[in-house]
Design a protein around this ligand. Structure first.
Ligand code: GLU
Length: 482
């Protein structure tokens, strides 16, 4: 049997990290098995589905490198197929029209509550006579289509992650609605549990791999496979991503969509590596740092955890940092340029390329996210603002002397080199009889406006290349005197 898996996001929001992680597991499994990974957009909820969310999902999967082999298929293009299959179930007597009004359903639930029973549909319209149906229709009632669930059935499957899972038919809440508000002869709006089965059958999906939140849908879907006369695929329910409090990660936890992670400066490599580790552990001796292709060689459900996976920002930042630190300088420069551009830093991408590459090389080793480069490099692009600490330092004895001596010892018309800088510093320390620490701190305060930051000599070189260093010394000397 050839392996065919799918990811089936609903375009009712941006690509969520949970969906993306499910996509990762599907992708890894497909690639490990030499199978196919299919993309299906589940846009049957017409009110909540938006084209911009579809675009966000396609862009997000592409950015992550989760290439799909077939699709995207859109459920909204496939309504005829669903209608045919609903009709087939009606014809076989496995589904029926139910005419209950919302008020009647509510009253039924209230009565169940009063009896301390779990809410369920009591299947009251399962065996309506044609006369009863006609009477409801004459009243102008709209029908939903319900699929019959046998209370006495036991439904079991061997889950790829959880082993044997068993449900009782009676726990499924009675006959389920598979299509909403059908008019008298049409089939209305088919719903998730039904369309997903029709699609998975038609797309010959061999393994349904999805989040654990869908586990309660699986027994209903298995019954639908049987009713439609199809082979039941294998199922694997992957653990949910949890926040630090152990609850399902949600919008309330802040960033949850892949486009937000991208905006914050995570790399696709860092994110996919981290998502893979959220629930899967690589076999020894594989390290925790791997590409999707490397993980695909080893991936199997035997190493996927049952327990929910806690989202750990520190670990993600650490992993992302590993990718940023090892990125070739051209690549990290290209990746940082949009951040600098968005911050409105002035530069010319072509003319300043070499200068920008030097900046990227300077800060890359201390980044864990790309957006951190914006405040970190601000002093190289923009007029300085001085921290209180830096100002206080500049007002100390010796600071102005050091800076004046530096101005005197450097030639405005000669570009500095690393050696020249080291020589100037030594000379000023010696001639002015100052402590080296004071000279260095004065240089840092005047060139960067702060007492901490990237390498000082490199920073000076970069500012010197742009002719921005001497004015800063003058400005700092003025602060010293104030
Ligand atoms: N549209 C569903 C979701 O986004 C798909 C679930 C499934 O894979 O069956 O959760």
């Amino acid at each position: 049997m050839s392996v065919r898996v799918r990811i089936a996001p609903s375009p009712t929001g941006n690509l969520h990290i949970g969906t993306a992680r499910t996509a990762v597991f599907n992708w890894l499994f497909a690639r490990h098995q030499g199978g196919k990974f299919i993309l299906r957009i589940e846009d049957t909820d017409l009110e909540r589905s938006q084209p911009e969310f579809t675009q966000n999902i396609l862009d997000g999967l592409t950015w992550l490198g989760l290439t799909w082999d077939e699709g995207p298929f859109f459920q909204s293009d496939r309504m005829d197929l669903y209608a045919q299959n609903i009709q087939a179930l009606l014809d076989k007597g496995l589904a029926y029209r139910a005419y209950d009004t919302p008020e009647e359903l509510e009253a039924m639930r209230e009565a169940q509550k009063a009896r301390h029973e779990a809410p369920r549909y009591d299947n009251r319209h399962r065996n309506l006579t044609p006369e009863q149906q006609a009477a409801f229709e004459a009243e102008g009632r709209k029908a939903v289509i319900r699929f019959k669930i046998d209370d006495d059935r036991e439904i079991s499957w061997i889950d790829l992650v959880r082993g044997t899972v068993t449900w009782k038919g009676r726990d499924l809440g009675g006959d389920i609605v598979i299509s909403r508000a059908a008019d008298t002869h049409g089939i209305g709006q088919p719903l998730y549990n039904f369309v997903v089965v029709v699609d998975d059958i038609e797309m010959q999906i061999s393994h349904v791999i999805r989040g654990e939140d869908h586990i309660g849908n699986t027994p209903k879907q298995i019954l639908l496979y049987e009713a439609l006369g199809a082979t039941v695929p294998e199922f694997g329910h992957t653990p949910l991503i949890l926040n630090q409090a152990g609850q399902k990660l949600s919008k309330r936890d802040g960033v949850t969509s892949i486009s937000d992670f991208k905006q914050m400066g995570y790399t696709p490599e860092g994110i996919t590596n981290y998502m893979t580790l959220l629930g899967w552990s690589p076999p020894e001796p594989m390290t925790e740092i791997f590409t999707l292709a490397e993980a695909a060689q080893q991936f199997g459900f035997d190493r996927v955890n049952k327990a929910g996976a806690k989202f750990d920002w520190d670990k993600l930042n650490w992993l992302n940092g590993q990718y940023l630190h090892s990125m070739p300088v051209e690549h990290i420069t290209d990746t940082l340029i949009p951040y600098w551009r968005d911050a409105n830093y002035p530069f010319d991408e072509t003319r300043d390329r070499n200068w920008l590459e030097q900046i990227a090389a300077l800060v890359a080793p201390s980044l864990s996210r790309l957006d951190e480069a914006v405040p970190m490099t601000r002093y190289l692009f923009m007029p300085l603002t001085f921290t209180e600490e830096a100002k206080a330092h500049l007002q100390q004895d010796g600071s102005a002397t050091a800076l004046k001596a530096i101005l005197a010892a450097t030639d405005p018309d000669t570009q500095l080199t690393e050696d020249a800088i080291q020589t100037v510093i030594k000379q000023v320390v010696k001639e002015q009889n100052l402590k080296k620490g004071l000279v260095m701190k004065s240089l840092r305060a005047s060139l960067t406006g702060a007492l901490q930051g990237p390498d000082l000599v490199q920073s000076w070189l970069l500012l010197n290349q742009k002719g921005m260093d001497r004015d800063r010394f003058e400005q700092a000397i003025a602060i010293s005197a104030s």
